[in-house]
Design a protein around this ligand. Sequence first.
Ligand SMILES: Cc1ncc(C[n+]2csc(CCOP(=O)(O)OP(=O)(O)O)c2C)c(N)n1
Ligand code: SF4
Ligand SMILES: [Mg+2]
Length: 331
Amino acid sequence: MMITETTIPAADLRRKQPRFRGMESGHRACLGCGEALAARLATEAAGPDVMIANATGCLEIFTTPWPESAWRVPWMHSLFENTGAIASGMEAALKAQGKSTKVIAMGGDGGTFDIGFQALSGMLERGHNVLYICFDNEAYMNTGIQRSSSTPHAAMTTTSPPGKERMGKRHLKKDIISIVAAHHIPYAATASVAYPSDIRKKVRRAMAVDGPTFLQIHCPCPLGWGFEGEQSIDVARLAVQTGLFPVIELERGGIAGAMPIRNPRPVTDYLKQQQRFRHLFTDDTRAKEELEHIQAIADHNIEIYELHSENKDAFDTEGIDTVRRGGMRWA
Ligand SMILES: Cc1ncc(C[n+]2csc(CCOP(=O)(O)OP(=O)(O)O)c2C)c(N)n1
Ligand code: SF4
Ligand SMILES: [Mg+2]
């Protein structure tokens, strides 16, 4: 067929043909849910030729209230503890049928750092061709905000309340990306909902790898962290800009890239936005010490990943595309 000149402007064409959406709107997530945004961005970037295994958790619950579903791709609910095993089986079955459909496993931090960790480790070690995405909102949100091994030090949850004994969670956030990278998988990365083009780039990169890949996306939870839904992106961005959530890439266990921080912000800028840290802004004598401790954690991250950017960089925390209030800013 001859392609003839069209009178429809390209912008109109783009509007008439919206890009692929693996997860539709109209689900039941809270307003400003970081996890919902991250899942939408990731499935958009992955495209239609995927199958998803999704662990129990908020994402699974708010997208599939029987008999409805927000998913436009084949999707299966797995248990908390076996997402890695289910995804491995799906991949093996597709391979046996000679199909190239990519399997994506999805889980919250509880389902990934804690309960599903054994199956995840096995999946990575056996080299399955699966992209595992962890939506890290730093607690077991779906069951009422219990602490997980991803909950940051000093955060208040229903099972780590501040009191006489301690100021919120006593332990440190588990360094899951290093543990995953220690499996020497081809590609592992962290990302944040504040930087959507970075998420898309990393999903596409992982999709192109024939082997296990892992993406940890930092997803603020307005309900569990205690802030208004409209602040989600600001809070997510501050986690990166303070150094508390380093955005990095690893290949075969070694650091392959990092998003530099142009103007590192004090951790208090991030913490004071959230009710889960409100006990650190009281006249309790332990509060100052905890704030210093958290600042030391951020400084350590900046040092070990060499995140301080001395010059303007197109891909640093100020240069790269981010979501600003009132709409997207695209390069
Ligand atoms: C083995 C097991 N333990 C506990 C539960 C109850 N449970 C369902 S969802 C959930 C919280 C999920 O937390 P996370 O994985 O971090 O996902 P989020 O809801 O925060 O997105 C829990 C504890 C379960 N379904 N299975
Ligand atoms: S509780 Fe948190 S993670 Fe769950 S739907 Fe609401 S905002 Fe999202
Ligand atoms: Mg969680």
